[in-house]
Design a protein around this ligand. Structure first.
Ligand code: SAH
Length: 257
């Protein structure tokens, strides 16, 4: 992203980062569901080595830190998120346990077979579920766990409006059985899967954005990109409220074999 042709794009990306910096989470989820996913992991070491990939500002990371003795490295592409992540860690007195670094989830600097657990909520789609699971596997110790949440279809068929939206936004969305088969094929034993309840999207994600949207539009009045971006966000929310019986997020928990 360093050449001139990308500079407008960079500017737009910065605006998106600014917007999501004003929200508690950057994707659907909740502390309760993070803990539910964690509850499926058996025989974690006393002080597990954990990576949280696409950690954002660390909503779920801090919950993990408070419920494991683990050392957690959060990785995110955007320095603004990582700064906020490290600030949040400090506020919660977790800075000795939790550290955020800038990096890309498809180019990790961990030692091979060094991690007990790779966590990633609402982020693996950035490189694709199958590709991410395959690549991350080499960083896990034997019997290490991967825990990811991912957009999933709940039915075999759905209305054209929502099908078209997802084929454009993330064609990698698939049914839960197909995702589980992909996980197994990538070298993991699927341990558990569960669907995130609707309140992970409404109460914990969209409702939290009401104020952020107002502030963002005020700060960027007259900026067509910013206005278009908020319109898109609102459209996505409308679609979710209309079609949430057809899709949502599911957690997928796998053990390396
Ligand atoms: N896990 C957080 C954030 C989810 S949003 C939560 O649930 O709240 C997706 C995150 O992935 C964003 O923070 C985004 O900056 C990050 N991201 C996007 N592409 C990435 C990449 N290639 N490597 C690492 N992080 C990436």
């Amino acid at each position: 992203m360093s050449n001139d042709t990308n500079s407008i794009h960079d500017f737009d990306v910065n605006l998106i980062v600014e917007y999501y910096s004003g929200t508690e989470r950057q994707g659907p989820g909740s502390p309760e569901m993070t803990l539910r996913a964690l509850s499926f992991l058996e025989h974690l070491p006393d002080k597990p080595d954990i990576a949280d990939l696409g950690c954002g500002t660390g909503g779920q990371t801090m919950v993990l830190a408070q419920h494991t003795n683990g050392k957690i490295t959060g990785v995110d592409l955007f320095p603004t998120f990582v700064d906020l992540f490290n600030r949040n860690a400090k506020t919660l007195h977790l800075q000795n346990q939790v550290k955020g670094i800038v990096g890309s989830m498809d180019d990790l600097s961990f030692e091979p077979e060094s991690l007990d657990l790779i966590w990633s909520e609402g982020a693996i789609y950035n490189i694709g579920f199958e590709k991410g699971l395959q690549y991350w596997r080499s960083f896990l110790k034997n019997d290490g766990y991967v825990v990811v949440s991912e957009a999933s279809w709940f039915t075999d068929e759905r209305p054209a409006e929502i099908e078209d939206f997802w084929m454009d936004a993330y064609p990698g969305i698939d049914t839960i059985p197909n995702k589980l088969a992909q996980m197994q094929k990538a070298g993991y034993l699927p341990i558990a899967t569960f669907v995130l309840p609707v309140n992970c999207w409404t109460e914990h994600f969209y409702d939290q954005q009401v104020l952020a949207r107002e502030n963002f539009l005020k700060n960027n009045a007259g900026n067509t990109f910013a206005e278009g971006f908020i319109a898109t966000e609102r459209h996505q929310e409308t679609l979710y409220r209309k079609y949430n019986q057809y899709y949502g997020y599911a957690f997928y928990i796998g053990k390396k074999f």
